[in-house]
Each structure stands twice: as structure tokens, then as C-alpha cells.
Design a protein around this ligand. Structure first.
Ligand code: NAX
Length: 329
């Protein structure tokens, strides 16, 4: 039998945690033959820690064969000890009267502390996925706070945007999602992200762009629908995306660890300068993965419309980065 892998999850008593933990323990994250140990972090607050205990009671009550152990933490230095995977879900939500700048700063503090803790105690190969918003900038802060870990180990979640885009294209074209390849999303996990089906093809190589053949739909329906989907879920459900966000986190890490067999997916990763994105900016790119490493898909044509969109989402990320620069000294 395989040795258990340690998966740290922050914000473990939250909405996304409630969907995520059960799927990890069920083997959806790392494979049906891979035992896992869950190391769960919540804020140092009686109510949160009590709620976390409740979730752990339910995990026990599932008697998952792959769940080899679990522990509750209020300190990232113990929660991240020897972690092979770290899912950073917990973040400070926007409170009443809070400006975007206040939100950035509150989260910058959290992700500085957590980046330092990962740097100090996690496995040197830890794979980090930041889900908590603003996800790209939080991942950037954690990466910068962990100089002894490879920068490439820090990623942000664009997969929910990617999956949303896939489903919208499938509905429009009538081609099932399972038969659509080479979808991607560029940029920030925010309404500025650029979901791009120009390269998408069916199993038999037909272009989705040609099949749909409707630029106005792309501009006026598809991009706004994907970009504002989070708000539409809040409006309909009275709560933000949780099960779909947990599902996307599972997809992201599973594909990173187990490989995509040549298929494209989208990950927010530190740029290596590809497509003119400044090095180090955590940006959504089309990637393929193999042997636990991702590679940015190279050589894609960027037309004028796409360049405009990419510039726009990059500009937002650079503003966010400038907004927290003073905290990273
Ligand atoms: P909840 O408010 O239900 O849960 C968050 C949990 O995190 C709470 O239990 C809180 O106590 C905990 N927490 C806060 N600060 C913490 C810290 N410093 N250490 C440990 N735990 C901490 O939010 P939920 O709906 O689960 O969403 C979590 C985050 O995911 C939010 O930031 C949200 O904006 C973000 N999302 C990101 C998405 C993406 O695609 N990247 C999509 C879904 C989601 O909106």
C-alpha cells in the first residue's frame, strides 16, 4: 500500500471546505489507491474551531477507507507540517464598508503568514493551490513569502472559470463537454478573466469557433456570462459557489499531480514571461501537466481582440500587486 499523503486545507469549516474535504477523503483528489491525512486549519476562534470539530465528526462517520488520519489546527506552523498539498481556501471576505484596498491588505497579511509557514515546515515539493480571493494576488504573496520553496509550487485557481466556460460552449454548440478539448482562460480570477475558445476542438478535430460562428455571442453573452457567473450564483442561491468551487479545486490538483495526458487545462501559475506576461505574475494560462509538473502551452496566436482582453486582466493584476507591494518588503 502507498504511504499516506498529507493534505492541508485552510478555511476547513467554511462552505467550500464542507464540499471539498469529503471528496479528498473519498480519493477524488489524489487517486483511489492513495491514502490521505487531512491537516485542517481554521481561525483561532471558539466558534470556528467547534464547527471544524463537527465537520471532522462527519468525516469520521463516513468511515472513508482512504482517510488515514486528520487533525485540527489554529496555527499554520502545525497545520502545514510536512504537507504534500496545501489548499488555501480560507480568506477574509469583504465586510461592510470595506474597500477593495482594505480587502487586499487584510488578505495580504493572512497569505504572508501562511507563505512563511509553508516555507518553514511544508514538504519541499508541496503543491499549493490558492482558492481564497483575490486568489492570484494571494498566491503571489504566499509565493513571495516562501523564498526557500520553488516559485512554481504556487498556483491560483482559474479552473472554476475554465469549467464554467466549457459548459457554456457545450450548451451553445451542442457538443458534450467530454468531447471539447483545448479550452483556456487567461489572467485574473475575476470578471476581467478572458475565457478563450478560439483553439477549442471536438474529438474529431472540428473547431468550436467555426461550429459556433457567432462573434457577437462570444462578446455579448459568453464572456459576460462566464465573467459574472459568481455573482449570478450568489443572486440565485443566496450564497457563493461552493460545491462547484470545491470541484474545481479537486480538478486542478488532481490534474497537476496525476497529469492531463496531453489535454489542456487552465491554471493560475507564476509567469515565465510567456505571452509578454511579466515574470512572476500569477496568471491564468493554458497548461498541460505531466509527472507532477505543468507546462504553459506555447506558440498560440493572440489576435487584437484577445490581446486587448489579456492586457486588461493583466492591468488589474498589476494594480493588485502594486496595492500590496509595501507589505512584501
Ligand atoms: P466561507 O466564509 O464559508 O469559509 C471561509 C472559512 O475560512 C471560514 O470558516 C473562516 O473562518 C476561514 N478562515 C478565514 N481566515 C482564515 C485564516 N487566516 N486561516 C484559516 N482559516 C481562515 O467561504 P467559502 O465560501 O468557503 O469561500 C472561501 C474563499 O474562496 C473565499 O475567499 C471566496 O471568495 C473564494 N472563492 C474562490 C473561487 C475561485 O474560483 N478562486 C470561487 C469560489 C469562492 O468564491
Amino acid at each position: 500500500a502507498k504511504n499516506p499523503m498529507r493534505v492541508a486545507v485552510t478555511g476547513a469549516a467554511g462552505q467550500i471546505g464542507y464540499s471539498l474535504l469529503f471528496r479528498i477523503a473519498n480519493g477524488d483528489l489524489l487517486g483511489k489507491d492513495q491514502p490521505v491525512i487531512l491537516q485542517l486549519l481554521e481561525i483561532d476562534n471558539e466558534k470556528a474551531q467547534k464547527a471544524l470539530k463537527g465537520v471532522m465528526m462527519e468525516l469520521e462517520d463516513c468511515a472513508f477507507p482512504l482517510l488515514a488520519g486528520m487533525s485540527a489546527h489554529s496555527d499554520p506552523m502545525t497545520a502545514f507540517k510536512d504537507a504534500d498539498v496545501a489548499l488555501l481556501v480560507g480568506a477574509r471576505p469583504r465586510g461592510p464598508g470595506m474597500e477593495r484596498k482594505d480587502l487586499l491588505e487584510a488578505n495580504a497579511q493572512i497569505f504572508t503568514v501562511q507563505g512563511k509557514a509553508l516555507d518553514a515546515v511544508a514538504s519541499r515539493n508541496v503543491k499549493v493551490l490558492v482558492v481564497g480571493n483575490p486568489a492570484n494576488t494571494n498566491a503571489y504573496i504566499a509565493m513571495k513569502s516562501a523564498p526557500n520553496l520553488p516559485a512554481k509550487n504556487f498556483t491560483a485557481m482559474l479552473r472554476l472559470d475554465h469549467n464554467r466556460a466549457l459548459s457554456q460552449v457545450a450548451i451553445k454548440s451542442g457538443v458534450p463537454v467530454s468531447q471539447i478539448h483545448k479550452m483556456c482562460v487567461w489572467g485574473n480570477h475575476s470578471p476581467t478573466m478572458y475565457a478563450d475558445y478560439r483553439f477549442a476542438v471536438t474529438d474529431d478535430g472540428k473547431s468550436l469557433k467555426d461550429l459556433i460562428n457567432d462573434e457577437q455571442w462570444n462578446r455579448d453573452t459568453f464572456l459576460p456570462t462566464v465573467g459574472k457567473r459568481g455573482a449570478a450564483i450568489i443572486d440565485a442561491r443566496g450564497a457563493s459557489s461552493a460545491a462547484s468551487a470545491a470541484n474545481a479545486a479537486i480538478d486542478h490538483v488532481r490534474d497537476w499531480v496525476l497529469g492531463t495526458n496531453g489535454e489542456w487545462t487552465t491554471m493560475g501559475v507564476p509567469s515565465d514571461g510567456s505571452y509578454g506576461i511579466p515574470e512572476g505574475v500569477i496568471f491564468g494560462f493554458p497548461v498541460t501537466t505531466e509527472n507532477g509538473e505543468y507546462k504553459i502551452v506555447q506558440g498560440l496566436a493572440v489576435d487584437e481582440f484577445s490581446q486587448e482582453r489579456i492586457n486588461n486582466t493583466l492591468k488589474e493584476l498589476e494594480e493588485e500587486r502594486a496595492g500590496v507591494a509595501h507589505l512584501l518588503k
